[in-house]
Design a binder for this molecule. Structure first.
Ligand code: F0G
Length: 456
């Protein structure tokens, strides 16, 4: 039996991708003010900017798109999705939204108030931003291993239970509920164990607090549990996922990840008081409760995507992709966050470009160099994203300088990944020639999207 894990699909429809010359890329990057967010996607060969909404849908999903019911109220597409989600999550109320952050905004606007604290393993940026916008504060309580790129641990997304109990004891009156992000995207796409989820749920319950999950990548997390957690090998990924949902009182989801769709999300809840307020907010800002911010065809595609996203041959191939890239990069002497997570590989830019100083923005520089070298687009997770330009003119820098290569689902083949790994290892040999950058123009919030740069 061959040991190669293959893409468990064949290709019916293709899109060409464009090879550019190094000279063209140099011009294009200059025109983009050295910011890969400003590149045209047509000028990118392999686009690893994000795994969100960028994947390929199946023939079955495209078929379901044609069957979408676009009725304003009571569309059968909603009931189709609702049935899939009730079976999977067990939650009583399903509230569709146009994407994850809309579900977060609605949740925080109805379930938190000014001065509240919401603990999480690590809040994703939109989650934290929506919580802060509602007047609350996000506290990250991931285990210490989750913050150490080189420390291997099977479940680096786990919650630090000691710290959570401390916080519940000290600030319990300010905590409306706890959260858990599966997988922990900001910490490298690292999974949470079932044992840790059970313990977190029980601890919150002891203090009378509900648990709400951020389940963008719940299927990848459930597969990690099946592969790594003792006693879970005999269960189906769906059974594991069902137990995950049963440990919480609701969830938000950006379905653009493990829902295998290009747009979509939802909020699912049991609590009747939250639900009523959430549906009112949904009508005000997203749409009628049986479509939320989506078309009927989107609801149908998601109903199919959620089932396909739990196929174990797909998930085995999916997790193997990041692991395979990680192995190739490590073999080429490239430092990455270890072990690899579910949806991405994170390169340690400080180790890759040791000659650069924090003010050279090493991860940003490495992103630019990757595009120039091979037409690959990744994203900086470093000091441009998380550092600040303070009012007194000084700068703050982020502790880690990472480049995330996030992998769209079912889109690229093994030779694309071979090409990417080869190019990155070749770039490693030329690393001393990579120059730092300086910020020329920036906005006050989320500056990485629009910043203009020059070479240092
Ligand atoms: N929660 C997590 C853990 C996420 O990774 C994202 C999006 C969201 C919430 C928000 O969902 O984009 O549908 O509004 N992550 C994308 C990424 C953008 O590139 O990691 P959204």
């Amino acid at each position: 039996m061959p040991r190669t894990i293959i893409e468990p699909f064949r290709i019916k429809s293709v899109e060409p991708i464009r090879m550019t010359t190094p000279e063209e890329r140099a011009t294009l990057l200059e025109e983009a003010r050295l910011n890969v967010f400003k590149l045209k996607a047509d000028d990118v060969l392999l686009d690893f900017l994000t795994d969100s909404g960028t994947g390929a849908m199946s023939a079955k999903q495209w078929g379901a798109i044609m069957e979408g019911d676009e009725s304003y109220a009571g569309a059968n597409s909603f009931f189709r999705l609702e049935a899939v989600l009730k079976d999977l999550t067990g939650y009583k109320h399903i509230i569709p939204t146009h994407q994850g952050r809309a579900a977060e905004r609605i949740l925080f606007s109805v379930a938190t108030k000014k001065g509240d604290i919401v603990p999480n393993n690590t809040h994703f940026d939109t989650t934290r931003a929506n919580l802060e916008y509602a007047g609350g504060e996000g506290v990250d309580l991931v285990i210490p291993e989750g913050l150490q790129p080189k420390t291997r641990h099977p479940f680096k997304g786990n919650m630090d239970l000691g710290k959570l109990e401390d916080l519940l004891k000290r600030e319990g009156h300010r905590i409306p509920f706890g959260m858990m992000t599966l997988t922990n995207n900001s910490g490298g796409g690292q999974p949470v164990s079932l044992a840790n989820l059970r313990a977190t749920s029980a601890l919150l319950k002891k203090y009378g607090k509900p648990l709400v999950l951020d389940v963008c990548r719940f299927a990848e997390n459930a597969m990690f549990i099946k592969m790594r957690e003792e006693g879970q090998q005999h269960r189906s990924v769906k059974e594991i996922a069902q137990e995950i949902f049963s440990l919480a009182d609701g969830c938000t989801m950006s379905a653009k990840k493990d829902g295998l769709v290009n747009i979509g999300g939802f909020l699912a809840l049991n609590d009747e008081t939250w639900v009523e307020a959430a549906k009112n907010m949904l009508i005000l800002t997203e749409g009628f409760p049986t479509y939320g911010g989506l078309a009927g065809r989107d609801l149908n595609a998601l109903a199919v995507g959620l089932e396909e996203g739990l196929h174990e041959d797909y998930l085995r191939y999916r997790l193997r992709t990041a692991e395979y890239m990680g192995e190739k990069l490590l073999a080429g002497g490239v430092s990455i966050v270890e072990p690899t997570g579910g949806h991405a590989v994170y390169i340690d830019a400080k180790a890759f470009l040791p000659h650069l100083k924090p003010e050279d923005y090493p991860a940003w520089s490495l992103c630019n160099a990757l595009y120039l070298e091979a037409g690959i687009r990744g994203v900086e997770i470093g000091s441009v994203m998380f550092g600040r330009h303070l009012d007194d003119g000084s700068e703050t820098y982020h502790a880690m300088e990472l480049v995330r290569l996030a992998f769209p689902r079912r889109m690229y083949t093994q030779s694309h990944f071979d090409y990417a790994a080869e190019a990155i290892c070749e770039l490693k040999a030329k690393a001393p020639t990579v120059r730092g950058v300086r910020i020329v123009k920036q906005s006050r919030y989320l500056r990485h999207f629009t910043a203009e740069m020059r070479w240092a």
